[in-house]
Design a protein around this ligand. Structure first.
Ligand SMILES: NC(=O)c1ccc[n+]([C@@H]2O[C@H](COP(=O)([O-])OP(=O)(O)OC[C@H]3O[C@@H](n4cnc5c(N)ncnc54)[C@H](O)[C@@H]3O)[C@@H](O)[C@H]2O)c1
Length: 282
């Protein structure tokens, strides 16, 4: 989408971190911004900040894990701005722990927010983007944890790999229309995600103090400025760039993963059982 000025963007998790960075970058480029967030206070503050800069902005409280809430946010976006062109499925939370030991409640929380939140966003907003024919762009925030399986992060990794494949599938499905598709795969970014348990809904046991908050906050604090990620996302929309990586140093992890996958084929070439396959196609 080359011409972004005047276009409308809806951003989940837009009250903090990378979502707020996107809102600032989009607004500075003349876009209208609808922020959706589960936290009303920070959301109101973000909208006020944008308006102070002369940006057309509005907000809606949304829980992305709740389908009705996401569809209501889509209605609110149309009520506020008449149309929507850009969807940023960005809200997310982190859950750590070994896959086999993580509680079902934790699994469900991270799946509902990080995966179902993206699915509901696509279902509510993509038809609205398609409806006006002016084109648009859809971005979902995955992670490097959607490219590489970091240990002790099984549930989080599972959601982010799923988001990557959904967006890669959509890249194929929207190849011939005027809707761009991108997946954002950040490395470490200095945001508030370490205290994400503040937003844990009652259904999953309610808000609580985050484990290892200080250590994780310190580690994240050394990460990339989320406003830079926001500017990267804007650039990716204009360039129609499918993969948005924020940390060039992490490229080696992807290279190592492909080396391991390729080694799996080397093994298969010598595998005794496969040698019994006499199909002509082999
Ligand atoms: N910070 C990192 O290092 C990092 C790295 C890779 C990927 N990510 C991903 O980036 C995305 C943005 O997170 P961030 O790092 O900016 O964190 P953040 O906590 O600063 O921002 C996340 C925002 O999402 C909102 N939110 C949480 N649950 C919600 C829900 N159920 N419904 C609606 N809004 C909700 C929060 O209130 C917050 O405003 C997430 O998807 C996260 O998984 C973060």
């Amino acid at each position: 989408m080359k011409d972004v000025a005047g276009k409308v963007a809806f951003i989940t998790g837009g009250a903090s971190g990378m979502g707020l960075g996107m809102a600032r970058a989009f607004g500075a480029a003349g876009m209208k911004v609808m922020i959706g967030d589960i936290e009303k206070g920070p959301m109101d503050a973000a909208v006020a900040e944008l308006k102070l800069k002369g940006i057309e902005a509005a907000g809606v409280v949304v829980d992305v894990a709740n389908r009705d809430s996401v569809f209501a946010a889509a209605d609110a976006t149309i009520a506020a701005f008449g149309k929507v062109h850009v969807l940023c499925n960005n809200a997310g939370i982190g859950v750590s722990g070994k896959s086999d030991k993580c509680s079902v409640e934790n699994w469900q929380w991270v799946m509902d927010v990080n995966l179902w939140g993206v699915i509901y966003g696509l279902q509510a907003f993509v038809p609205l983007i398609e409806s006006h024919g002016e084109g648009g762009h859809v971005i979902s925030t995955a992670s490097m944890a959607g490219m590489v399986s970091f240990r002790y992060m099984g549930p989080y990794n599972a959601t982010k790999f799923a988001v990557v494949t959904i967006m890669e599938t959509m890249m194929e499905e929207h190849r011939d229309d005027n809707i761009g598709v991108s997946v954002l795969c950040p490395g470490v970014v200095a945001t508030n995600i370490a205290s994400g348990t503040r937003n844990r809904q009652e259904k999953y046991g309610g808000a609580r103090e985050a484990r290892d908050l200080e250590a994780n906050a310190e580690m994240l604090g050394k990460g990339l400025d989320p406003d830079i990620v926001g500017e990267q996302v804007l650039e990716a929309i204009i360039d129609d760039q499918p993969y948005i990586f924020t940390d060039p140093d992490m490229r080696k992890y992807i290279d190592k993963r492909f080396e391991r996958l390729s080694a799996g084929y080397d093994w298969a070439d010598n595998c005794q059982a496969l040698k019994k396959d006499k199909r002509a196609s082999r």
